[in-house]
Design a binder for this molecule. Structure first.
Ligand SMILES: Nc1ncnc2c1ncn2[C@@H]1O[C@H](COP(=O)(O)OP(=O)(O)OP(=O)(O)O)[C@@H](O)[C@H]1O
Ligand SMILES: [Mg+2]
Length: 266
């Protein structure tokens, strides 16, 4: 499937020969893929195409059988020699790539604010942070300020002391995005950020994605809602049976035979 590969002028991410198998099943088999910096890229494809697994590979939740990826020319995947078991997620986050989950992973028995502050503390380890960072309190204050700003920006400020279990599906998606932004990612991977979200909030989330891209955050998102994909994306990548079968601008998708055969025609 090498023929569908489209070279980008300024890729933030380059995946090379990235393969993941579960027994006989090839979940991901991406020969080449480049993600253009500062753009919104949609990943589409049928259920089981490997979209989530691809995100898992990129963010260190799953180890590839083969292949590697490069973020801003910092290597990942199995070519990292220093870390057994792959580059940990928090290091990938620190390098600038953060993801959200298809099934949101907010912690229900914590408040919205506690969820926001969790990521930064958990990543480094509170004890370690204290020992290397005498200004721990200052850092905690700054994190809280940052969390307040993000919650205000995404309409969650009034709920900051509420348990996460009280949020709607859409609000949970927004909380995950807000929490991901605590790490100041350069590349944000959103796995179905619109699933289970009501139409009014979908419009808002699409607007937020566009705003983030305008501020220089590269966005890659998985989505089944084609109206949303066409609306917000600069570029679309179609996966089927683990492989990239097409790349196109959204306006050309509807005419792409491979995409119709694998996905749209269903
Ligand atoms: N941990 C696992 N063990 C075994 N098989 C897995 C595992 N994770 C994913 N798979 C399989 O890999 C394939 C790709 O799954 P994946 O979840 O990446 O698809 P997807 O494109 O995200 O689908 P969806 O649109 O339904 O979210 C599927 O056949 C799935 O059953
Ligand atoms: Mg998925």
């Amino acid at each position: 499937m090498d023929d569908v590969f489209v070279k980008k002028s300024d890729p933030i991410l380059e995946a090379e020969g990235l393969k993941k198998q579960y027994g006989e099943l090839v979940a991901v088999n991406v020969n080449h893929l480049e993600i253009q910096r500062g753009q919104v890229t949609a990943i589409i494809g049928p259920n089981g195409a490997g979209k989530t697994t691809f995100f898992n590979l990129l963010t260190g939740f799953t180890r590839p059988n083969q292949g590697s990826w490069v973020l801003n020319k910092k290597s990942g995947g199995q070519n990292i020699p220093t870390l057994i078991g792959g580059l940990p997620t928090y290091q990938i986050a620190r390098a600038g790539m953060v993801r959200t989950f298809q099934v949101t992973k907010t912690l229900d028995r914590m408040t919205v604010m506690e969820n926001m502050l969790l990521s930064s503390q958990k990543q480094m380890g509170e004890k370690m942070l204290r020992s290397v960072w005498p200004n721990w309190k200052t850092q905690q204050y700054l994190d809280t300020q940052k969390a307040e700003e993000l919650l205000a920006r995404y309409g969650l400020k009034e709920m900051k002391n509420n348990y996460t279990s009280t949020l709607s599906g859409g609000q949970r998606k927004l909380l995950e995005i807000s929490r991901a932004l605590m790490a100041d990612p350069e590349l944000l991977l959103l796995d179905e950020p619109l699933a289970g979200v009501n139409p009014a909030l979908i419009e808002k989330i699409l607007g937020y994605m566009r705003d983030l891209a305008n501020q220089g955050v590269t966005i890659v998102f998985v989505e089944h809602n084609m109206d949303a994909v066409v609306d917000v994306s600069d570029w679309v990548v179609c996966l089927a049976e683990g492989s990239v079968i097409a790349e196109a601008e959204p306006k050309n998708l509807i005419n792409n035979q491979a995409v119709i055969d694998a996905y749209l025609g269903r």
